[in-house]
Write a protein that binds this ligand. Structure first.
Ligand SMILES: Cc1cc2nc3c(=O)[nH]c(=O)nc-3n(C[C@H](O)[C@H](O)[C@H](O)COP(=O)(O)OP(=O)(O)OC[C@H]3O[C@@H](n4cnc5c(N)ncnc54)[C@H](O)[C@@H]3O)c2cc1C
Length: 382
């Protein structure tokens, strides 16, 4: 006989949400807004901690999907990104106005928590196995990335990041993305300005993240032209997932959402916008009493976009440093930097990626011939 988790009060709610990260909080929020009675269970004694996220989200995603309007949440805004290649080539993709915010992730979760706690029952310090909660009602599984390690381990990358005080103000309003094997195998390294004098510098990679990050910090000044990192203010660890959405999001009465469902961008590992999109669809489906609607709606919203991003991720992962640098040089030469600056979107990358890919055979046939085997390989693995 299955046992109930010990120490839990009886749960007579319409829906139980397991996990009080952003996916669980957004799901509970949207479910309660639709008039359902909700219990949310979180293993930690408070939400938002331990922190692991960089907190970079598009302004559009924040306003349209995350739906938290408190101005304190955005600690900084940036206009674009500078991509630094393995041997130094730089691509600058930026707009004249800010396109992204660095959000204070603990504050974001605290605000969501306060809203949820007004409408739903929240039980903190309760670690439960979702399968043990019975089959009588929907159980939302929002337990994060850990469940993916067994099935999609190759795409779960350990991550490490530091907040650093710089020796002088930098005044930079874009993020840096460092590509190449010395920074990361499987993703990239980043430096994100939290203020004029504080940067969040981190990376996710196969292999030793500590050694890579320490080596990046030594070179940060020469790579960015910003002041030198002077004092470490904070350390965060975590795991980033880039392997695409899981094949089945609904399993009996259990509904997966957020990292637990693989709902992160395969190109960057960012999850906050997509999990908010998914949480809203989840609430619609549960309130309609038809869980299958969730699976269909979320694939309609995110499926094609994420498939193209996954192809791109596999393709990028297959390139060695020389090929990556060459590709970046060609992108620069062909003016695709300007195209990305004009039409690029943090959350909808597929259209631009396809547009750029389709223009390459006409504009740089030799590059395409060179990269074709890698591209075909990425398609075949997919
Ligand atoms: C280094 C790093 C940087 C990132 N940067 C960005 C970024 O800049 N922008 C962006 O959009 N995304 C970013 N992400 C991704 C983003 O953090 C995740 O997509 C997001 O946190 C997923 O939310 P979640 O609620 O699904 O999972 P989590 O945030 O992991 O929350 C899961 C919650 O469930 C709880 N839990 C787990 N198991 C149980 C259980 N059995 N019982 C009860 N509670 C349980 C956990 O304690 C946790 O609170 C980053 C991730 C990392 C690691």
């Amino acid at each position: 006989m299955r046992q109930r988790p010990s120490g839990l009060p009886p749960l007579h709610h319409d829906v139980v949400v397991v996990g009080g990260g952003p996916a669980g909080l957004q799901s509970a929020r949207f479910l309660a807004e639709r008039g359902l009675s909700v219990a949310l269970l979180e293993e930690h004694p408070r939400v938002g901690f331990p922190q692991h996220c960089t907190g970079l989200v598009s302004l559009e995603g924040l306003a349209k999907h995350i739906l938290v309007s408190d101005r304190r949440v955005a600690v900084n805004k940036v206009r674009g990104a500078c991509f630094v290649g393995p041997h130094g080539v730089r691509l600058l993709v930026e707009r004249s106005k800010p396109v992204a915010a660095v959000v204070d992730r603990p504050l974001l979760e605290q605000l969501l928590f306060e809203e949820v706690a007004r409408k739903a029952e929240v039980i903190l310090g309760a670690r439960v196995q979702p399968e043990l909660l019975g089959t009588g009602r929907p159980v939302v599984v929002a337990t994060g990335v850990s469940g993916l390690a067994r099935s999609r381990g190759g795409y779960v990358l350990p991550a490490l990041q530091y907040d650093y005080l710089l020796s002088q103000s930098c005044g930079c309003d874009h993020v840096y993305v460092f590509l190449g094997s010395q920074f990361s195998r499987g993703l990239f390294a980043w430096a994100v300005p939290l203020s004029e004098k504080v940067y969040r510098v981190g990376l996710a990679s196969k292999g030793n993240v500590l050694l890579r990050l320490e080596s990046l910090l030594k070179r940060l000044h020469s790579l960015t032209g910003c002041a030198k990192p002077e004092r470490r203010l904070a350390v965060y660890g975590g795991a980033v997932y880039t392997g695409g959405m899981l094949d089945r999001l609904v399993r009996g009465n259990m509904i997966l959402v957020g990292d637990a469902a693989g709902q992160t961008k395969p190109t960057t590992g960012g999850g906050l916008v997509y999990l908010s999109v998914a949480a809203r669809e989840l609430a619609e489906a549960v309130s309609a009493g038809e869980l299958g609607l969730y699976e269909r709606a979320v694939r309609r919203e995110l499926g094609a976009e994420m498939s193209v991003q996954l192809l791109l991720r596999r393709f990028l992962n297959s390139l060695d440093d020389k090929a990556l640098e060459r590709l970046m040089l060609q992108v620069k030469k062909l003016g695709l930097e300007e195209l990305a600056s004009k039409e690029g979107s943090m959350d909808r990358q597929a259209v631009l990626a396809l547009k750029a890919a389709l223009s390459l055979p006409f504009r740089s046939p030799s590059l395409v011939l060179n990269l074709l085997p890698k591209l075909l390989q990425s398609l075949l693995v997919a």
